[in-house]
Design a binder for this molecule. Structure first.
Ligand SMILES: O=C(O)CCC(=O)C(=O)O
Length: 272
């Protein structure tokens, strides 16, 4: 008797991803793993990047606005690689991509009280994964809601193209930060997505998204984020190399594209 293949997603989760460009999956990490991620980055925040190989891994994007995040901590810690290529996350990615995933980036947003939001953008503007797009796994370490700066998405926008910047129409979205998006589709309204602690939100690389400011005085909005491409990708921007397979081994089949840039950075940093 053959064992039936069990999908890691419900029909509703898969449908939401296909139709709206995102879905939320609970409990891919155990509560013990979430507590370990939290403890790891609390220590990381206090010691900064220097301990991790002399490289700046804890990046103050804009100290005046208290938007702080760690960039690519997996390059300095095997523990973070293990979370990036977590088998439960790998199973969901494979179902959504229809192919095994490759891991390209980690970020950890601390987003303390008073932090500004992230301007609306599309991740594949920065990763430039081709021929398919990229996908994010965004795991809430704190419950994310409208007050502490959850993500906003434009449902269905994953089906559209990458909206390129133009000098004339560089946009700010509700003053939350610069966006690379030249002509924001005004008829498409961003909606907030509340995510409970320990749940992971998956969203495609063309989905228009950003986040609101943290308006609370006492709640952080911490998130562990992995960005992935699919195994058939021929290129991704050079910033995202080395690319890893979902066992954590370096993959050399993906070409380095010279443009692109760090995810969510001011669009001037990303050349298209
Ligand atoms: O968490 C945020 O505020 C922004 C994250 C983001 O834009 C991303 O993961 O692509």
């Amino acid at each position: 008797m053959t064992t039936p293949i069990v999908s890691p997603l419900t029909i509703d989760q898969k449908r939401q991803f296909d139709e709206q460009g995102y879905c939320i999956v609970p409990d891919l990490f155990s509560s013990g793993e979430i507590a370990k991620i939290e403890a790891f980055f609390e220590q990381y925040k206090h010691i900064g990047g220097r301990v991790f190989d002399g490289d700046l891994t804890y990046e103050e994007v804009d100290p005046s606005q208290r938007q702080v995040r760690a960039m690519n901590p997996h390059r300095y810690s095997q523990q973070v690689v293990d979370w990036l290529v977590h088998p439960n996350v790998a199973a969901v990615l494979e179902e959504l991509l229809d192919k095994p995933a490759l891991a390209a980036q980690t970020m950890y947003y601390f987003k303390p009280p008073g932090a500004k939001g992230q301007g609306m953008h599309q991740d594949n503007f920065y990763l430039v994964a081709q021929p398919a797009t990229c996908i994010a796994a965004w795991t809430a370490i704190d419950e994310a809601d409208v007050e502490n700066g959850c993500l906003y998405v434009v449902p269905g926008s994953h089906r559209g193209d990458i909206l390129c910047p133009s000098e004339r129409s560089k946009e700010r979205w509700l003053n939350y930060g610069d966006s690379h998006i030249g002509q924001f589709p005004r008829d498409q309204k961003p909606v907030p997505v509340q995510v409970p602690r320990g749940s992971t939100m998956f969203f495609g690389g063309n989905l228009i998204h950003g986040s609101g400011p943290n308006r609370t005085s006492d709640r952080w909005r911490r998130t562990f984020i992995g960005h992935y491409i699919d195994e058939a990708s021929e290129q991704v921007a050079k910033w995202y190399h080395p690319v890893l397979d979902m066992r954590g081994a370096v993959v050399s089949s993906v070409q380095q594209y010279e443009g692109g840039g760090p995810c969510g950075d001011g669009w001037r940093g990303a050349e298209h």
